[in-house]
Design a protein around this ligand. Structure first.
Ligand code: ADP
Ligand code: MG
Length: 732
């Protein structure tokens, strides 16, 4: 590699220099094993999690058990004793933050007595254990602050030393924070000039540091102001590079050509519109027009439609499929589960009616079809007879081919990754148009970050004539007696001829045999014996009010056939209550269902609860949603549940959710491309930075689409894309 050769020759590194060349093989290997970094630039982008001050000690009282911690503390006393049972010695040191005390233990390392002298301060790192009720670190790593520091009072150097923030890095058991600091210092000392990815005028107008000084100041700050300025710079840079990458990808997609699809006069779409028993809402019309415009272009559409559960996205998507059918093309609809695919097929057939149905021949292809049926379905797709093919990811299989695939509709994007979209894109002779539907409202800055390569349409208004939903929190911590009332209320709904759901976080109470729950459906094992489908089912079966009611379970461990059978029976009114997991979260549509009881509601996410609630109140029957929780008053968990009960507005909930939620899981792993893909940027907090960066990135690309005059930016974009690709590959 030339970068390496150069570096070796001049003793200087670039961002692309291999760590093995810069740090030596063993350290480089340790870094790669711990974090996967291979280059100087990657390790330099390993930013401190926080900064400690020499004068400030870490509160020891609240250290989490079993976690790796890095703390600043002072040595109180050291004792060495011989072990009684076997040969050898134990050295015990007590360290303190002034109030709490933590014990460090070392076996057969007497010599540390000389090191760990009372009064010395340093950083200690290790896993917090518990020994006879006392917190301890066994064989921790530590680094003591330099005794030789200039300590003359009033000496400027001494003051600087005492005030310099000490970076605390995300570390592992094998690679301590200060070891990382040392390696990074080596890199900084040897780092050549760095060309700035952010153009000069943008940097200057925002008073940002250069990339080189930002690296210096974030890793070796002299003051708090140093690292703050560095963070601001690196955060903008991160947003700017990301937006450039996304906008470039979007532009690249538009360089492919595809078939423009126009509805024909008196054709299938017109016939469908004329047969609709309702008139479309203004939002449906507007989004429909945006889609029609995209489809009519000879470049592939990439559009996300977001709208509440029940806002009529399916109708909008179906109209797009009809426009494509008018021009002779086929459409594929991808659903996240077999149950939902089957349901989509039924509702599409119903909406089309017999005549249009015969013309379009909507067909289901899933992994579960009997061989003969599957062969027939595959033929219809390949021959182009079936204009609408519905399925799960089985549609991505190599055996499925289309005569002329014009449009791919992906329902519930959050269960499909970019890579699946990509695979489907390759199915047509030309890349098909792509329409993504999601009922999870996505705030603008999240959309810009996660779906920055898609255009976004929004359906806000719900069709008129919905009876509405009332939501209540049942706070068992304060009112344990209300639990009985929940079942009473459910029984009352059933007795009025309605149906209901009871949703539980787990299938069975946690038992050792319970391995590997079906993750795809988001089911979790209860972490302590709590509500589960099995326990609630037992409770209801034994309940006098439910003696004459028809109650059945539904969860991901049932076979697709069993699930389908239960869903059909419920839809046909042959069952009164489904006790289920989140299998029913998306898309299940039974207008007569009026009651939704969520047990242990605090174990679900805000948007998940909102989705679940969307299963009732879909027809003219008013819905009732009871969110049962034992979460403590005032806890974050209870606040989240209360937020759901307080509003039906999914966009408002998405906002609240982002505020309450830990940032880390805002971007699902599939969407963000791995946990390390955002470093300093936080989509919630940094909305303004992201929007600003996107505008600047668009300006730069507008003037220089191939980034020929912005080489450093092009290089950063390439590094980012490479990193994502390798993360994707390593996900297998
Ligand atoms: P989504 O896919 O957004 O959850 P659907 O398209 O399944 O919503 O629509 C939910 C229900 O509302 C369906 O029964 C559908 O027929 C009906 N619907 C859709 N649009 C309208 C409208 N404009 N007026 C009345 N009912 C509508
Ligand atoms: Mg739908």
């Amino acid at each position: 590699m030339t970068a390496e050769a150069d570096a070796a020759g001049a003793g200087r590194f670039t961002l692309d220099t291999r760590l093995s060349g810069a740090l030596g093989g063993r350290t480089a290997q340790a870094v790669e094993r711990a974090f996967g970094y291979r280059t100087v630039g990657e390790l330099l982008s390993h930013y401190p999690r926080r900064y400690a001050l020499r004068g400030e000690l870490t509160a020891l009282a609240s250290l989490p058990l079993d976690e790796n911690v890095t703390i600043v503390a002072e040595v109180l006393e050291v004792r060495v004793r011989e072990m009684r049972q076997r040969r050898g010695s134990i050295l015990e040191a007590k360290i303190s933050d002034g109030t709490g005390i933590l014990t460090l233990t070392f076996f057969n390392q007497k010599w540390r007595e000389n090191d760990l002298r009372p009064g010395r301060r340093g950083i200690f790192a290790g896993k917090v254990g518990d020994y006879r009720g006392a917190r301890q670190l066994a064989h921790p790593d530590y680094e003591l602050f330099d005794d030789e520091a200039p300590l003359t009072v009033g000496d400027a150097a001494a003051k600087r030393w005492a005030e310099a923030p000490i970076p605390i890095y995300p570390a592992t058991g094998t690679l301590a924070s200060w070891q990382l600091a040392k390696s990074i210092a080596l890199l900084l000392d040897g780092l050549d000039d760095v060309d700035d990815p952010v153009p000069d005028d943008v940097r200057e107008s925002r008073s940002l540091l250069t990339q080189r000084s930002a690296f210096e100041a974030i890793h070796r700050p002299e003051t708090e102001a140093d690292w703050k300025a560095a963070r601001r710079t690196l955060r903008f840079t991160e947003a700017f590079v990301l937006q450039t990458a996304l906008l470039q990808r979007r532009a690249d997609l538009r360089t492919h050509s595809t078939t423009a699809r126009h509805p024909v006069a008196g054709g299938l779409l017109e016939r469908f519109d004329a047969s609709l028993p309702f008139s479309l809402t203004d939002d449906q019309l507007e989004v429909g027009a945006e889609i029609a415009h995209d489809l009519g272009e000879p470049v592939p559409m990439n559009r996300l439609v977001q709208g509440e559960v029940g806002s009529g996205k399916t109708v909008v998507a179906l109209r797009a499929m009809l426009a494509v059918a008018d021009s002779g093309g086929q459409s594929a609809l991808l659903a996240p589960t077999e149950v939902l695919a089957a349901q989509h097929l039924r509702s599409i057939a119903r909406m089309l009616g017999p005549d249009l149905g015969a013309a379009l021949m909507p067909t289901l292809i899933t992994g579960q079809l009997p061989a003969a049926e599957r062969r027939k379905a595959l033929l219809r797709a390949a021959a182009g007879q079936s204009r609408i093919v519905v399925g799960t990811h089985a549609l991505l299989g190599e055996t499925v081919s289309f005569a002329d695939l014009g449009l791919v509709v992906v329902d519930e994007q959050h269960r499909f990754g970019v890579e699946q979209r990509e695979a489907l894109r390759l199915k047509g002779q030309h890349p098909p148009h792509v329409l993504v539907l999601t009922a999870t409202p996505i705030p603008r800055t999240v959309a810009m970050t996660v779906f920055g390569d898609l255009d976004v349409s929004t359906i806000r208004e719900l069709p008129a004539g919905r009876a509405g939903i009332e939501s209540f929190v049942v706070p068992l911590a304060e009112r344990p007696g209300w639990r009985a009332r929940v079942w009473e209320r459910l029984a009352e709904e059933i007795e009025q001829g309605r149906q209901g759901f009871v949703v539980c976080p787990a299938i069975e109470p946690r038992v050792a045999e319970d391995a590997d729950p079906p993750e795809a459906e988001g089911e979790t094992e209860a972490s302590e014996p709590g509500a589960s489908v099995a326990s609630v089912l037992a409770e209801l079966t034994a309940h006098p009010r439910f003696a004459d009611k028809r109650v059945a379970p539904l969860h991901g461990r049932m076979s697709a056939d069993e699930k389908d059978q239960v869903m059909r029976a419920f839809a046909a009114g042959e069952l009164d209550v489904l006790v289920a997991t989140t299998v029913i979260e998306v898309g299940v549509d039974v207008p007569n269902a009026s009651a939704m009881v969520v047990v242990d509601a605090d174990r679900f996410g805000v948007s998940q609860l909102h989705q679940l609630r969307g299963r009732v109140g879909r027809g003219s029957v008013p819905g009732l949603c009871l969110l049962v929780t034992a979460a403590e008053p005032g806890s974050l968990a209870l606040q989240r549940v209360e937020a759901v009960a307080a509003t039906l507005d999914g966009f408002e909930l998405a906002r609240v959710d982002l505020e309450l939620r830990q940032e880390g899981d805002v971007l699902g792993a599939t969407q963000s491309g791995g946990r390390s893909s955002l470093k300093l940027l936080r989509v919630v907090r940094d909305g303004d930075v992201i929007a600003d960066a996107r505008e600047r990135a668009a300006e730069v690309l507008g003037a220089d689409p191939r980034l020929e005059r912005h080489r450093a930016l092009a290089a950063e974009v390439r590094r980012r894309v490479d990193r994502e690709a390798s993360e994707f590959l390593s996900k297998g």
